[in-house]
Design a protein around this ligand. Structure first.
Ligand code: 0RA
Length: 632
């Protein structure tokens, strides 16, 4: 060890720098950095697979805290590099960034975000052993904290070829030494999806029970999309394309499902480009361009004029965009944004071509896609309007509460109730019959709601609905916060006629679609006014169903009774309304369940939302009837 050459001193300096500032090379020395060691070793093996040589990779976690990564590639070269006077393998293991100097030129692409190479793993391991099989022999070389402690030596005769890297992370460097199955599994599974056919094994020998799993997907990124959309209702099959242009390999797979989330992951050389970049831009432009083009050609876009936005086209889309290229430029805050401009038109071209073909070949599915995007556009527009208007209202009015609201005295939401009452006149009656301490009244003008034929988006541009949102205090859309609700009982109180039923359905649909948490938490109720008032002398009874009325007559002659049938809330006076419908001690309330609200919402979608008049009429008539026969 006393005949160091100048070059060897440089080497030691290099790895010393890694040990001094590990964070610069692997991000940090916590859990993330620890796992980065495994990724570095795995990335090298994946490169060997991408070059077309390795077929399997095996990662093993041992009881002593060490880890090994093995591949069946060509094996790291062993021949002596003249300038260094060392075998290539020793240079690769001990010289920072040496990986790029050898052989890699022969690789089309290479992963490794940090791209720091295996020498960093070596520097940060208290012990590291590398074994290489090639040309009929197995060789071994060993290091401690980056320093060679055993020169390359022949171990034994061996068949085949491959590389085995074993390392034990240095406890003086890392804050944690425990590898996480979950973290490694996620990355290895992802790599298996991204590199079709590659077989990656993860084996954990640490626990009492041996755990081993093999990740391998013949479908590649198509399987990835399938896997991401598992348990979701899909709207389309997985649409995929791949191609190579100008030495760039592009693979895309996409599928719309009926949810609202956009799940689009992009990769460059197997690295998740979280900040997106040129490949993602090309993809998004192609998808929205083709959906718009198709929709316009079929006259489906009139409403959104002129275009569906890209975000609208991405709602419910699950997709993988994976590109492999030489010299990827990683930019952005976290260096996860692909900057190579030439990638954009390549991805755009391939995806456009494929979508064009798919949409033309599958007109039914194509329509479903455009419909889905149109729904997204409507919801977005509606949410925006509602937000703008509720905001403006709050600015205009000092207290932030709408003037039409007759608020209660208590500020405690748990004790507060708000009655959403149909019409100003019923509102007046309700005001007279309420308990001002705990009960607030908000009259809603039914006619205004009716005029708009119940389109959700139009509903949101409706003054009455906005007033209601302001009164509830929850905000709306992205700003919605159920914890800010000012009343823990929202009681819908409408007439027992067609209009009343319609308004109730509208409100329930609105709550279900736009403020579902309120329904989930059990805050939404329907008031139950009686159908009949029955009087005999001084005796006053209320009947909520026909059967109840019969029971009250109790076999006696109905002639003795004065029967008042209530068609609207307005037919009751304040005292009657309080007695029958509002007073917590006497009333019956129906709590709205999520199922009921969803049924209402679904039916409303297929009937009221449709453009045909007949089903709408039928729906309202039928609904009016079921309302009268509510299960009490
Ligand atoms: C450069 C050249 C050759 C192989 C490799 C690198 C190589 C590196 C690693 C790292 C982990 N596993 C690996 N397998 C291969 C091959 C040169 C040749 O055989 O001609």
């Amino acid at each position: 060890m006393n005949d160091y050459t100048g070059e060897q001193i440089e080497v030691l300096k290099g790895l010393e720098a890694v040990r001094k500032r590990p964070g610069m090379y692997i991000g940090n020395t916590a859990e993330r950095g620890l796992h980065q060691l495994v990724y570095e070793a795995v990335d090298n093996a994946v490169d060997e697979a991408l070059a077309g040589y390795a077929k399997t990779i095996r990662v093993v976690l041992y009881k002593d805290g060490s880890c090994s990564v093995e591949d069946d590639g060509r094996g790291i070269p062993l021949d002596v590099i003249p300038e260094e006077g060392l075998p290539a393998i020793e240079v690769v293991m001990t010289v920072l960034h040496a990986g790029g100097k050898f052989g890699k030129g022969g690789y089309k692409v290479s992963g490794g975000l940090h791209g720091v190479g295996i020498s960093v793993v070596n520097a940060l391991s208290e012990k590291m052993i590398t074994r290489v099989r090639r040309d009929g022999w197995e060789w071994e070389i060993a290091f401690e904290r980056g320093t060679t402690v055993q020169k390359l030596k022949k171990l034994r005769r061996a068949e085949g070829s491959g590389t085995y890297e074993w390392f034990k992370p240095d406890p003086t460097v890392f804050e944690t030494l425990e590898f996480s199955w979950k973290i490694l599994e996620n990355r290895l599974r992802e790599l298996a999806f991204l590199n079709r056919g590659l077989e990656i094994t993860l084996r954990d020998e640490r626990g009492d029970e041996l755990r081993e799993r093999i990740y391998s997907y013949e479908g590649g990124i198509v399987s990835f999309v399938d896997w991401l959309n598992e348990n979701k209702e899909s709207l389309t099959p997985v649409i995929s394309t791949n191609g190579e242009r100008e030495d760039v390999v592009v693979e895309c797979a996409l599928q719309w499902q009926d949810g609202y989330n956009e799940v689009v992951y992009s990769y460059a050389n197997n690295i998740n480009t979280m900040e997106g970049g040129m490949h993602l831009t090309g993809f998004r432009t192609a998808v929205s361009g083709k959906v718009n083009e198709y929709g316009r050609k079929r006259g489906m876009l009139k409403e959104v004029d002129p275009n569906l936005s890209t975000d609208d086209c991405m709602e419910g889309l699950t997709a993988i965009v994976s590109v492999k290229l030489q010299d990827p430029q990683f930019e952005g805050q976290t260096k996860t944004k692909l900057g190579n401009a030439k990638i954009r038109p390549i991805v755009y071209g391939l995806v456009s071509e494929r979508l064009d073909f798919f949409l033309e070949e599958n007109p039914k599915i194509a329509r479903a896609i455009v419909d889905k995007c149109m729904q997204a556009a409507r919801a977005r527009e509606a949410a925006k309007k509602a937000r703008d208007l509720t905001r403006r209202k709050n600015v205009l009015e000092g207290s932030g509460l709408p003037g039409k609201l007759v608020d209660c005295k208590t500020q405690d939401p748990a004790l507060s109730e708000i009655f959403l009452v149909e019409g100003d006149s019923a509102g007046g009656t309700a005001k007279g019959g309420r308990d001002p301490n705990t009960q607030a009244i908000l009259p809603l003008r039914g006619k205004i709601l009716n005029v708009e034929k119940a389109r959700l988006d139009k509903m949101l541009s409706n003054e009455e609905i906005r007033t209601m949102i302001t009164a509830l205090g929850t905000g709306f859309g992205e700003e919605f916060n159920a914890d800010k609700l000012r009343y823990h009982k929202i009681i819908i109180m409408t007439d027992a006629d067609v209009d009343g039923s319609h308004i109730r359905t509208l409100l329930l649909t609105f709550f279900y679609r736009q403020m579902r948490q309120l329904v989930e938490r059990g805050y939404v109720y329907i008031a139950q006014p009686p159908l009949y008032g029955l009087k005999k002398g001084k005796r006053q009874e209320w009947a909520f169903t026909d059967a109840e009325m019969t029971a009250i007559f109790n076999g006696s002659d109905p002639k003795d009774w004065t029967i008042q049938q209530f068609k609207g809330l307005g037919e009751m006076d304040a005292e009657q309304l309080a007695d029958t419908t509002m007073d917590p001690q006497k009333r019956r309330l129906k709590q709205v369940t999520l199922e009921e609200a969803s049924e209402d919402a679904e039916r409303m979608f297929t009937t009221l939302m449709g453009d045909k008049v007949e089903p709408r009429k039928l729906f309202i008539q039928e609904h009016a009837r079921t309302v009268r026969n509510l299960d009490l």
